[in-house]
Design a protein around this ligand. Structure first.
Ligand code: NAP
Length: 517
């Protein structure tokens, strides 16, 4: 069911203190989407507001012609979280001017709408379509009360082809679901679960929200995703009720590369699915909300790989033995079934470079990924030694895989076929750190599970000593494509998925090296 904004469901938000900068943002926004919100309240004074409205008027037969652009004018007052310091009467004057200049929609906050006489609201509604909005930047209150208030303020939207907007801070996935459900089975509701959880902003479109917002410059509300991510990474404009939802749960999560990997696969195979990062602090909150969010499967990362195992309905025997899951499939009746693809990931990364049977391998770290790596290498016939900063953890992991623990002070005396780092040491933003010193690299090959940056300090040191180095990227792509195949039942377009991740890393590493020059 298309919403009242039709195909232009991604709304770019233009907000700047000067008319010229605001106009420039509008030009840029129109390259990506046709719906633009104009935050007139961000303009620094009435002179800039008048100048900008004259510019819109001048462009109404040019780049802002109605077939090409849907403009939503907003002049939100401070009482409703905006920047406009004037009175309700001044706000009305500006919105009327904006409508005359060609803005097809006016976003009027409920605080102002409630102050207007019925005939004033009606005459504003005759000038342009009204989006009556409710914002709560502190919490998500009882939304039935909010809906009643919006209806009382003349904003049920149904009558004059208008719409309502409910934007509240979602502190939990439970809150986010309540916001999203306000859009269910209605064409004229914009539902925005604001806040750091972020993913619900994308998923609200699946629930029927008529719009999702993205800033063209500075964020104008908490947790906004970039326009580029909404358009290109999540293909948010194409999301509908049939879109299958996947994601990665973890904390922290916003810098995960998994959305680039998995969405590239869905796009290449034209599968109606989206993969989003879920910031999860409270596992139960996410698990309770997952059905309403439409989650069909998810990846699991720090710190949930071991805890989640206890909350599953079933588990692949290998993952149960490893004691950690990195992949979950939602099966019939909403049952959760877990797998561990880190296991195949490390094997695919190492097998073609070294013969594992009978080899001596040192694993640094004894956490979630160390468990999968240790099981995989021991099963492949390697003699596994484990070195961790907490020796008791190293001993306990060594015991279950039939290997041995080794203390750091003994490393210089030993020689290994391979050293595998499974600690996060050396990962951005601590790229100048290494889990070992150069003198401790007595081996033929070093594999670093860290893949951000690709060439970690550990790998750079190994290369300088003539030792073969393997980036964690190979394992990342292998474990991720294995997940993708479990979920879709199709062969993964591995090269395309890999290229999507490499493009992000290239860009990031170019940016970082430029910053250091
Ligand atoms: P984890 O469960 O938290 O385990 C981390 C391990 O590293 C623990 O043994 C921890 O020791 C140790 N450690 C942490 N900081 C340390 C430090 N400063 N010095 C020495 N040891 C330290 O994390 P994980 O899930 O195994 O992930 C670890 C790393 O592997 C991350 O960088 C992750 O991105 C990467 N990884 C990569 C892939 C891939 O596909 N390439 C897959 C999975 C993970 P304590 O127990 O004492 O805290």
């Amino acid at each position: 069911m298309p919403g009242v904004f039709g195909k232009g469901r991604i709304c770019a938000v233009a907000a700047a203190p000067r008319a010229a900068a605001l106009a420039e943002q509008v030009r840029r926004g129109l390259l990506e989407t046709r719906t633009i919100e104009l935050r007139l309240d961000w303009l620094r004074d009435s002179g800039e507001i008048d100048r900008f409205i004259r510019w819109i008027d001048a462009q109404r037969r040019g780049i802002l012609r109605p077939r090409r652009a849907t403009l939503i004018a907003t002049c939100r007052r401070r009482a409703a979280g905006g920047k406009f310091r004037g009175s309700v009467a001044e706000e009305m004057r500006i919105l009327r001017e904006a409508a005359r200049a060609g803005c097809g929609w006016l976003d009027l906050e409920i605080e102002s709408a409630e102050k207007l006489a019925a005939e004033d609201l009606k005459s504003l509604g005759a000038a342009a379509r009204l989006l009556i909005s409710y914002h709560d930047f502190r919490c998500t209150p009882d939304l039935r009360g909010v809906a009643r208030r919006l209806a009382r303020a003349g904003g049920d939207g149904g009558t004059a082809g208008g719409a309502i907007k409910i934007a509240t801070l979602a502190k939990s996935y439970g809150d986010a679901v309540r916001v999203m459900q306000t859009a269910r089975a209605r064409r004229n509701v914009v539902a925005i679960p604001m806040g750091e959880l972020a993913a619900p902003r994308v998923l609200a479109l699946r629930a029927g929200s008529a719009l999702a917002y993205a800033p063209l410059a500075e964020a104008t509300a908490p947790g906004q995703l970039s326009l580029d991510d909404l358009v290109s990474l999540y293909c948010a404009g194409r999301i509908d009720l049939r879109t299958a939802v996947y994601g990665v749960i973890g904390n922290p999560i916003h810098h995960s590369l998994s959305p680039h990997l998995h969405n590239a696969g869905f796009q290449a195979r034209r599968i109606n699915a989206v993969y989003v990062p879920f910031l999860v602090r409270d596992l139960r909150d996410f698990l309770e909300a997952r059905r309403a969010l439409g989650v069909a499967g998810f990846s699991v990362t720090i710190p949930h790989k071991e805890t989640l195992l206890k909350l599953l309905d079933g588990c692949d025997p290998l993952a149960a033995e490893i004691g950690a899951v990195n992949t979950v499939v939602v099966r019939g009746g909403g049952k959760l079934f877990g797998y561990n693809t880190d296991y195949v990931g490390v094997l695919r990364a190492l097998e073609r470079r070294i013969s594992l049977a009978g080899s001596a391998v040192l694993i640094l770290g004894a956490g979630g990924s160390a468990r999968a790596v240790a099981f995989a290498l021991a099963r492949a016939g390697a003699n596994v030694r484990i070195c961790a900063r907490r020796p008791a953890r190293a001993r306990s992991l060594a015991r279950v895989v039939g290997g041995e623990a080794i203390e750091r002070r003994h490393l210089r005396r030993e020689f290994f076929d391979a050293i595998v780092n499974t600690t996060p040491v050396g990962m951005y933003p601590h790229a100048n750190e290494s889990p070992l010193a150069a003198g401790e690299l007595n081996c033929r090959l070093v594999f670093d599970a860290v893949y951000r940056p690709r060439r970690t300090k550990l790998l750079a040191m190994a290369e300088r000593r003539g030792i073969e180095s393997v980036s964690g990227l190979d394992m990342f792509v292998a474990q991720g494509t294995a997940q993708w195949e479990i979920w879709t039942g199709e062969r993964a377009p591995v090269e395309k998925m890999r290229r999507a991740v490499v493009a992000v890393l290239d860009c990031e590493e170019r940016g970082k090296s430029a910053a250091h020059k």
